[in-house]
Design a protein around this ligand. Structure first.
Ligand code: NAP
Length: 320
């Protein structure tokens, strides 16, 4: 099979498409024929060698795939060859024509969800659900600011927060992104590149502020987020790319909380809860992943450049 192989950490050029032996599933694992791969920003940090967690070299990147089960290990129940699935993780790497996953890492892909959309579920929808409901305790009737709502995690968060009865304000940095955020169900869309735009949060909430901020770029926005909170508000840090100075008095004065999460800490039980919770929305269309761009697997380098550029529009997907 063909697979992207990384032999040294560095720029996108360290990724090469090579012939590799097809991996064999162990007793608790499945072999999946990969139809589409979701590209996540974290895969660029890992490839660059700047991320706290580094895989042993050489490795094949990627955790989020959608495809068809080809073989199952002797101890696997509930999955059969021919099943359509998506993954939230892999054992052998998703940027490949075939991948081995633990059976617990794959979930049924409803018929109405394409493989491309399926590859946009694992990390983005898992992160959005864990952040909103397991960690930040989002409740119907609350107002959430999804700060960075045009990308993979943000579009997922807007869809599920709206479906759960929250009032949703989403931000994007381009006109196309703002239109996308509204289409996903946001009641209001604001431009995070325009300082005046965020000031509207006050009038949009009757001066009260938002109960929750889901933050995709904390190093830029955290101090300002604290200004936008209502009493007892929470900021959930999902994305961060550097250091930031904040005034802690803003946290004190509102009995507020700054929370954070990384999906690497997700427990097996949380994963079961998250993907069980996503299933009905994927089946009935409440949750519909947005695929903004498809590239061949051979163009993984280009995908790693594009995923860090401004102007996000849903998910970037690689097709083996
Ligand atoms: P993505 O698809 O590339 O989207 C990036 C988002 O950030 C876009 O909506 C983009 O909007 C927005 N953004 C850019 N500049 C911004 C600003 N100044 N203020 C607010 N938002 C801004 O990435 P993703 O997959 O959604 O992930 C988002 C972030 O969360 C990334 O940093 C990623 O590494 C992180 N993440 C963390 C975890 C975790 O475990 N903690 C899990 C998944 C993702 P425009 O392009 O429209 O400007």
């Amino acid at each position: 099979m063909k697979a992207i192989i990384v032999r040294a950490f560095g720029p996108p050029e360290v990724m090469t498409l090579e012939d590799a032996p097809a991996p064999a599933p162990g007793p608790t694992q499945v072999l999946v024929r990969v139809k589409a791969v979701g590209v996540n920003p974290v895969e660029t940090y890992v490839r660059a060698g700047t991320y706290a967690r580094k895989p042993n070299l050489p490795y094949t990147p990627g955790s989020d795939l959608a495809g068809v089960v080809e073989a199952v290990g002797a101890q696997v129940t509930g999955l059969r060859p021919g099943d359509r699935v998506y993954s939230h993780g892999t054992v052998s790497g998703a940027y490949a024509e075939a991948a081995v996953c633990e059976a617990s890492q794959v979930h049924p892909l409803p018929a109405r969800v394409t493989f491309q959309q399926g590859s946009a579920i694992g990390t983005p929808y898992g992160t959005a659900w864990r952040a909103l409901f397991l960690k930040a305790g989002a409740r119907a009737g609350e107002t959430v600011l999804v700060h960075g709502a045009s990308g993979g995690v943000g579009t997922a968060a807007v869809q599920m927060a709206r479906a759960a009865g929250l009032r949703v304000i989403g931000t994007a940095g381009s006109e196309k992104g703002l239109a996308l955020v509204r289409e996903q169900g946001a009641h209001e869309a604001l431009n995070h590149r325009d300082p005046e735009s965020l000031a509207r949060v006050g009038s949009l909430t009757g001066g009260r502020g938002v109960d929750l901020v889901l933050e995709m770029l904390a190093n830029v926005n955290l101090d300002r987020d604290l200004d936008l909170l209502a009493l007892n508000g929470r900021v959930m840090v999902v994305g961060n790319r550097g250091r930031v100075e904040i005034d802690p008095r803003k946290i004190m004065s509102k009995d507020a909380a700054v929370l954070g999460l990384t999906m690497f800490n997700t427990t097996a039980e949380e994963y079961r809860t998250i993907h069980a919770a996503l299933a009905p929305g994927l089946e009935n269309g409440t949750l519909t992943p947005v695929v903004g761009r498809e590239l061949p697997l051979a163009d993984a380098r280009q995908a790693h450049v594009a995923v860090l550029e401004p102007g996000a529009y849903g998910k970037i997907v690689l097709i083996p």
